[in-house]
Design a protein around this ligand. Structure first.
Ligand SMILES: *Cc1c(COP(=O)(O)O)cnc(C)c1O
Length: 426
């Protein structure tokens, strides 16, 4: 598309936007009596207007039914998750049986590693992208120690080539090949939180499998943001959170994926009664027998209120036509932001804002990570003081993420104007 740095151009794109009505389904934070420019859906998605009703319905069920709510009412809690998994499995490209809604993200990463990180004295290493989200680093570190290995030796981080910000797929695949004899697991994010790079999940999975290694993914920044085909790509396991691109609210419930090829294996797990085979769960018998499928990894009684909040947003995803529809707008929206940022550099004759996120739309999601020359924190504060909500990552990166469900082209246009203002005013 031939972008233009003009308000009427942005307004025209908004008018043609077939998803424009979806913005009204979200509560936009207010700034000085108008909508803030919210570019932070990669950190915490906005609240669906309907969230209150979804929550209130379950509070009413609890009020009226008490414990009978598990079995009675419109949404018996015992099967409430079954109303989420069809939409969620479409979002991540999985069969319904391969997806389970449970716990929080880091907890799920641990639970999945208990089953899928099976180190031996020869093959015990984990390969991960350098600069992964800290919680994942801590989780891997502690898992490796738990098995008696030294993280310094057992965790292989791969970094971009010197002078580059993102990893080349060929370097990832080479690293897998070169360490094949010692690897027990390849664990990557789908999209790196810092750079916004969308990794080639299919190629990484295939390279791991070619050398007999399990491939797992943390999809915190990918789920609900980019189309995924976890089943077809043969991914062994994955987990994600729902409060970023999936708008389920702070600390919202997480989800896991386990490929069906692993259903009939005998897994190590940290088990709990909610993962017990459903037909016999309430016999309360000794000796754990897992429910077949991803639900067998559940541990505890599900938090129905969190599921209700998750469902409020999932229903909007379904109504919008799914991730592929959102993605089409997301690419144009992100492309427009990129264009406006590059225009500033062109006009000012120097690279004031360096976008470190890959240029190719297929290698990124909705987020642009921008390294600021000069007073980066001052620029970020200027944006905040003028109603742009992005987020800050040390030492000098601003992450901006327009979200197709509720961000407009006009939002992006004004964000561009304020970036110009920031360099002229500080
Ligand atoms: C957001 C994020 C987390 C957060 O984990 P929680 O357990 O939900 O606090 C973990 N890993 C990655 C890659 C993330 O982006």
């Amino acid at each position: 598309m031939q972008y233009q740095n003009r308000l009427d151009f942005a307004q025209q794109l908004d008018e043609q936007d077939t998803l424009k009505a979806f913005r009204n389904k979200f509560l936009i934070p207010q700034y000085n009596g108008r909508d803030a420019i919210y570019l932070c859906g990669n950190s915490l998605g906005l609240q669906p207007v309907a969230a209150k009703d979804y929550l209130s319905d379950q509070l009413t069920n609890w009020q009226k039914l008490g414990v009978e709510g598990w079995f009675e009412g419109n949404d018996p809690w015992l099967s409430y998750h079954k109303k989420l998994t069809p939409i969620l499995s479409a979002i991540v490209g999985a069969h319904e049986k391969e997806v389970s809604v449970m716990n929080s993200l880091t907890v799920n990463l641990h639970l999945l590693m208990v089953s899928f990180y099976k180190p031996t004295t020869k093959r015990y290493k984990i390969l991960i992208e350098g600069g992964a989200f800290p919680s994942d680093q801590y989780a891997l570190d502690s898992q490796v120690r738990f098995h008696g290995f030294d993280p310094k030796d057992a965790i292989i981080e791969i970094f971009p080539r010197s002078g580059e910000y993102t990893l080349r797929t060929e370097d990832i695949l080479d690293a897998i090949k070169n360490n094949a004899d010692e690897l027990a697991l390849v664990l990557f994010s789908g999209i790196n939180y810092y750079t916004g790079q969308f990794f080639d999940i299919e190629a990484i999975t295939k390279a791991a499998h070619d050398v007999g290694v399990i491939a797992g993914f943390d999809l915190a920044h990918a789920a609900g943001n980019v189309p995924l085909k976890l089943h077809d790509w043969g991914v062994d396991f994955a987990c994600w959170c729902s409060y970023k691109y999936m708008n389920s609210g702070p600390g919202g419930i997480s989800g896991i994926f386990v490929h069906e090829k692993h259903f009939n294996e005998d897994h190590n797990r940290f088990a709990g009664w909610w993962g017990y085979r459903k037909d016999k769960q309430f016999l309360m018998a000794p000796g754990f027998e897992a429910e077949p499928g991803a639900e067998g990894w559940q541990v505890s009684t599900p938090p129905i209120m969190l599921m209700a909040l998750h469902k409020a947003s999932l229903d909007i995803f379904e109504e919008a036509g799914g991730v592929s529809v959102l993605r089409a707008k997301s690419e144009v929206l992100t492309g427009y932001l990129e264009f406006l940022i590059n225009e500033i550099n062109l006009k000012k004759g120097k690279e004031l804002f360096k976008i470190i996120t890959p240029k190719e739309p297929g290698k990124r999601g909705g987020q642009l990570s921008v390294v600021c020359a000069g007073d980066a924190k001052g620029i970020f504060n200027y944006l905040t003081q003028n109603g742009v909500i992005g987020d800050w990552r040390e030492p000098n990166v601003i992450r901006l993420s327009p979200v197709p469900l509720y961000s407009s082209f006009t939002d992006v246009f004004y964000a561009g104007q304020l970036l110009v203002g920031s360099v002229e005013n500080i």
